[in-house]
Write a protein that binds this ligand. Structure first.
Ligand code: MSP
Length: 510
């Protein structure tokens, strides 16, 4: 970030089942970060994709009578299509079955081996295929079940290659001590630290009874453990996404890895240790968010409570979904998805507060000033100050990865502008020719304030904010954060009132 580049990632999603709102959430939030940093003029790289190897995927393919590759092709395409629908601006879509990725996985485990960190051993333990992870007996739920999925675990025992993770206890503790913002929110850093302090056993990093994976280069009878394979995506993508371009030296280390708390240990403990072993810099920060809950439980295929985002996008538009998720689910905490909550925020906030504000501003400019936004008579210093203060606060919250707070701050400006309409009552001013200057000031301030709002909300609702800009007679491409400065708008703009930003949605047929 300090060097003017910003590299952000989502987890790569398993291709065992259709994407749902939980996956959409991570992709949207990472996109908000990517867009915000582009607004700051940074050189941004945003990566998402699919995690395609391993037993979980092989089993779901077999259940459908498909080969793992057919299954991965079909579902990877579904995740890619969802990303497009979400208007995610990822610069590349990685698949762990890409030849470019496979080669880097092999090279990286070779480097770990050359560092003396890999040895052969045998291991037996309780394995959850949904997590693709072993659990200690003490961590299991009742009746030997997975603590995350509640489904039965299986005893797995075989000869494997091991990574000397235990050797990284001190380096990891030093990392957490030196970089308190390595994992946010901070209680997640404490969680990672505690898990290292309590026990850090060596990690089995290969499987012998599976063939859907990356062959271990020095022992092709085994495949690389799917999590080791998957984590490497964040680095491997940079080596082949743009043939001939050295993206690794440009963007590595990643600035932010976005993920839910279920995979904190993989990213906060195993991944940095792997990188240290291979002699590669560790990422700068992990943004750990909570779960999208449905009916009180984490939305997941295994729980069986998944919600398809598509009907919501069709009904309310993509920006409404992006807004609802970013606002309702406090970034870093769990939050509940409900159709009623969605509808309520849509009509109360998007339609009534923001949509109406735009309508009122453009129609008053039309009615009282023939559609031309007046020049600034220069009397609204307080509002100008509030706008600039809000920009600074939003930036600070985004830098602290408090994305919901950032959105709330920007929304505060929407409320303030609505208040201004009520306080100044332009319809009263318009009746008195003596007060023409006051009316000019009010109309200018509302248009200028709304332009700043559109810039601040753009990372969350890009399409709608571009429409606001157009309606205000501004260039919809002028969404750089610097352009939010008071007075930076195009002078002499003519409003171009459009259809409702957030039209009323008909009651769903029962
Ligand atoms: N393939 C691994 C990740 C490898 S990353 C090197 C994996 N895949 S997953 O398909 O299960 O997706 C997990 C991620 O999807 C979560 O960490 C989270 O980012 C997102 N989510 C999936 N369900 C979610 C919720 N119900 N709520 C919030 N995020 C959710 O784990």
């Amino acid at each position: 970030m300090a060097d003017g580049t910003f590299y952000v990632t989502t987890p790569i999603y398993y291709v065992n089942a259709e994407p749902h709102i939980g996956h959409a959430y991570s992709t949207i939030m990472a996109d908000v970060l990517a867009r915000h940093h582009r607004q700051r003029g940074e050189d941004v790289w945003y990566l998402t994709g699919t995690d395609e190897h391993g037993d979980k995927v092989a089993r779901s393919a077999a259940a459908l009578g498909r080969t793992p590759r057919e299954h991965a092709d079909a579902l990877s395409a579904r995740f890619r299509a969802l990303g497009e629908r979400l208007e995610a601006t990822n610069d590349f879509f990685i698949r762990t079955t890409d030849a470019g990725h496979v080669a880097v996985v092999q090279a990286l485990v070779e480097r770990m081996r050359a560092a003396g960190d890999i040895y052969k051993g045998s291991y037996g333990g309780w394995y959850c295929t949904a997590c693709e992870a072993f659990y200690a007996e003490d961590d299991l739920g009742e009746g030997k079940t997975c603590p995350i999925h509640g489904t039965p675990v299986e005893w797995l025992e075989e000869e494997n290659w091991f990574f000397r993770l235990s050797a990284y206890r001190e380096p990891l503790l030093a990392l957490y001590a030196e970089r308190p913002d390595f994992i946010t929110p901070s209680h997640r850093l404490n969680e990672a630290r505690r898990s290292v302090e309590v026990s850090l056993e060596d990690l089995s990093i290969s499987r012998s009874q599976i063939d859907w994976g990356v062959p271990v280069p020095w022992d092709p009878d085994q495949v690389v453990y799917v999590w080791v394979d998957a984590l490497i995506n964040y680095y491997s993508a940079l080596t082949y996404a743009r043939p001939g371009e050295d993206l690794a030296s440009r963007y590595w280390p990643a600035d932010v890895h976005v993920m839910a708390k279920d995979i904190l240990r993989f990213h906060g403990v195993i991944w940095p240790a792997m990188l240290m072993s291979a002699g590669i810099e560790v990422p700068r920060r992990l943004a750990v968010h909570g779960y999208v809950l449905k009916g009180g439980e984490r939305m997941s295929k295994t729980t069986g409570n998944v919600v398809d985002p598509n009907p919501f996008i069709e009904r309310y538009g993509i920006d409404a979904l992006r807004y609802y998720l970013a606002r309702e689910i406090r970034f870093g905490e769990d939050g509940t998805f409900t159709a009623e909550g969605f509808e309520a925020r849509y009509s109360r906030e998007l339609a009534n507060e923001l949509g109406n504000l735009l309508n009122r501003v453009t129609s008053m400019v039309e009615r009282y000033r023939d559609g031309a936004v007046p020049a600034d008579p220069g009397g609204d210093g307080e509002l100008a100050g509030a706008v600039e203060g809000t920009v600074a606060t939003v930036v600070a919250h985004v830098d602290a990865l408090d994305l919901t707070r950032a959105l709330e701050e920007a929304w505060g400006l929407v409320r303030r502008l609505n208040q201004l309409v009520e306080e100044r009552a332009p319809w009263t001013l318009a009746k008195d020719p003596q007060r023409a200057r006051e009316l000019d000031q009010t109309l200018y301030s509302l248009a200028e304030g709304l332009r700043a709002v559109a810039i601040l909300l753009w990372p969350v609702m890009p399409g709608s904010c571009e429409r606001i800009m157009t309606a205000l007679g501004q260039d919809p491409a002028e969404v750089a954060l610097a352009a939010a400065a008071w007075g930076a708008g195009r002078a002499g703009a003519r409003v171009a009132p459009a259809d409702q930003l957030f039209p009323r949605v008909e009651e769903e047929a029962a």
